[in-house]
Ligand binder design. Structure first.
Ligand code: 13P
Length: 337
C-alpha cells in the first residue's frame, strides 16, 4: 500500500473547494431516471448522457472525482478517448462503484446487507489498470421504530471494512458509505441516534481491519428528518445536528467527508452543506458526493434531446459551482436565480 498516493488522491478529490460527482447509477437505476424524461436507456444513450456531464467546460474547477459504473468505465468520449483517461487528463480522479447492491439480510426482515466481496481483489486489480483511483461501496440502513437491528449495522460495517482494506491494498481510495435512509416518518433525533450507532460501528470495524483512516473518504448521510416526518427540522437544525454527530464519531485523521444527497432537493443539499461549512473549525474537508442533487437539473434540461446538450451542460455546471461555493461556506440562496 502506498499511503502517500492514497492521501494525495483523497485530498485532490475533496480539497480546494472540489467535490465528487456520483454518476455510478447501475443500469436498472439509470433506466428509472431515463423513464422520467421519456428517454430509452441504451448503452449509447447512457454514454452520451454521461459524456454531457464529464465534458462540461470547466467542470474540473469544481469536481475532483467522478464515480463511474462498470459499463461507463469501459466507454469513451465521442472522440474515442476512454472516460477514465479523459477525466484523468483534466485532473479529475476516476472512481468505480464496486458493490453489487444491497440484498435482503436473511432472518432480518426489512433489512439489507451489501454484497460484492467475492472476487473483489481481482476486480480492483483490473479497475486500477483501467484507471480507477478510488472506489465506492454503499451500505443501506433502513429506519423505523424498531429498525435497524444492531446485527444489521454490524454486518454492513464488517463488509465496508473488508472492502476498504482490499481497496487500500490495491492503492485505491475507498469511499466508505453507510447510508441511513431518509425514507420514513422518523424524526431528526431518530436519524441522529441511528447514524451515531452506524458511524461508531463503522470506525470500530475499520480500525479492527487495519484500514488506514488517512486514506479513506467517508460518505455519510446528513442528520435530517425522514421524508414523511410530521415536523421537518430546519436547515440550521440539520447543519448543527450533523456537525455535532460527525465531530463526535469521525476521527480527525480522516481527510475528507463527502455527503450523499439521499433524496434532498438540489437546493436543500447545497444549503445544508453551506451552513455546515460556515460554522467553521472543522478538522476534515467537508464536501459533496452528490448523485441526484447534481444531476436532477441537467437530466431534466437534457431530456434525451441532442438540441439540449449544451443547456444540460450549463445546468450541471451551475449545480457544480454552487456546491463548490457551499464547500467554502460562500453560497447564498439568491445565487439560485
Ligand atoms: P444521491 O446523492 O442521489 O443520494 O447518490 C449518492 C450516491 O452515490 C448513493 O450511493
Amino acid at each position: 500500500m502506498n499511503l502517500e498516493a492514497l492521501k494525495s488522491t483523497a485530498v485532490a478529490m475533496v480539497g480546494n473547494g472540489k467535490g465528487i460527482l456520483a454518476a455510478d447509477e447501475s443500469t436498472p437505476t439509470i433506466g428509472k431516471r431515463f423513464d422520467t424524461i421519456n428517454t430509452e436507456s441504451t448503452a449509447e444513450s447512457r454514454r452520451r448522457y454521461r459524456e454531457m456531464l464529464f465534458t462540461a467546460e470547466g467542470a474540473n474547477k469544481y469536481i475532483g472525482g467522478v464515480i463511474l459504473f462498470d459499463e461507463t468505465l469501459r466507454q469513451s468520449t465521442s472522440d474515442g478517448v476512454p472516460f477514465p483517461k479523459y477525466l484523468e487528463g483534466l485532473g479529475i480522479a476516476p472512481g468505480i462503484k464496486v458493490d453489487s447492491g444491497a440484498k435482503s439480510l436473511a432472518a432480518f426482515e426489512g433489512e439489507t446487507v451489501t454484497e460484492g466481496l467475492d472476487g473483489l481483489r481481482e476486480r480492483l486489480i483490473e479497475y486500477y489498470s483501467l484507471g480507477a483511483r478510488f472506489a465506492k461501496w454503499r451500505a443501506v440502513i433502513n429506519v423505523n421504530d424498531s429498525l435497524p437491528s444492531e446485527f444489521c449495522i454490524r454486518a454492513n460495517s464488517h463488509a465496508l471494512a473488508r472492502y476498504s482494506a482490499l481497496c487500500q491494498e490495491q492503492n485505491i481510495v475507498p469511499i466508505v458509505e453507510p447510508e441511513v435512509l431518509m425514507d420514513g416518518d422518523h424524526s431528526i433525533s431518530r436519524c441522529e441516534e441511528v447514524t451515531s450507532d452506524a458511524l461508531e460501528s463503522v470506525f470500530r470495524e475499520l480500525t479492527k481491519h487495519n484500514v488506514n483512516l488517512e486514506g479513506i473518504i467517508l460518505k455519510p448521510n446528513m442528520i435530517i428528518s425522514g421524508t414523511k416526518a410530521q415536523n421537518r427540522a430546519t436547515p440550521s437544525e440539520v447543519a448543527e445536528a450533523t456537525i455535532r454527530c460527525l465531530k463526535h464519531y469521525v476521527p480527525e485523521s480522516v481527510p475528507g467527508i463527502a455527503f450523499l444527497s439521499g433524496g434532498q432537493t438540489s437546493e436543500e443539499a447545497t444549503e445544508h452543506l453551506n451552513l455546515m461549512n460556515k460554522m467553521g473549525d472543522l478538522p476534515w474537508e467537508l464536501s459533496f458526493s452528490y448523485g441526484r442533487a447534481l444531476q436532477a437539473s441537467p437530466l431534466k434540461t437534457w431530456s434525451g434531446d441532442e438540441e439540449n446538450y449544451n443547456a444540460g451542460q450549463a445546468a450541471f455546471m451551475k449545480r457544480a459551482k454552487l456546491n463548490s461555493l457551499a464547500h467554502s461556506g460562500e453560497y447564498t440562496n439568491n445565487m439560485e436565480d
